[in-house]
Design a protein around this ligand. Sequence first.
Ligand code: ADP
Length: 221
Amino acid sequence: SNVSHELKTPITSIKVLADSLNLQEDVPIELYKEFMQDIVNEIDRESKIIDDLLSLVRMDKPSGAMNISSVNLNELMEIVLKRLKPIAQKKNIELLFESFRPVVAEIDEVKFTQVVSNLVENAIKYNNLDGWVHVALNADYQYFYVRVEDSGIGIPKENQDMVFERFYRVDKARSRETGGNGLGLAITRNAILLHRGSIKVHSIEQQGTTFAVRIPLMYSE
Ligand code: ADP
């Protein structure tokens, strides 16, 4: 039921915007432009929800959907973080990567990239101006570990178990403003579970949040 609600929200807004233009006579061109931009934003939002839902549906299939290869994680994470640097810079957030050793693991590169991107994007989105995001990569003989730590707004204790649920957002308005739809962490957790891994959250309100991921170095079905 929340899927249909979430899918309908942008459509409802588009309808209201278009109707109100159609019902008015002599609409000034500026108003047309403003409403059209709002319509475009709602369409973008709808597309993102559909893409994310499709990506969840694909992951629900048995692990045949996994595309496993041996990947240098230090390199992969450097590349992902480099791509996110400009987003961090907009809020003057320091984005640091610390890797404790060279790590090569059998993973699905696309899905794992999505995991790191989602966690770091959130760490930036739910952060304060001039904050920091620290990402760490480590491994032992059996697992590798990724930690994404931020100096952001934190997650209230009572909401921490819920954040991995589809469409769940602690603050709908804030999530919406930053283009969120509440599917990112559901996708992240599914991708990690497909790797037989785990994800844990630790957070203190107004201080920050840490997501800790653990994934086996060797893939097993
Ligand atoms: P969204 O698209 O809303 O970011 P996610 O599934 O990625 O959806 O996250 C769900 C919710 O968890 C977010 O709306 C936010 O309330 C909370 N959240 C996720 N990451 C963080 C973080 N690093 N700091 C604070 N809150 C977070």
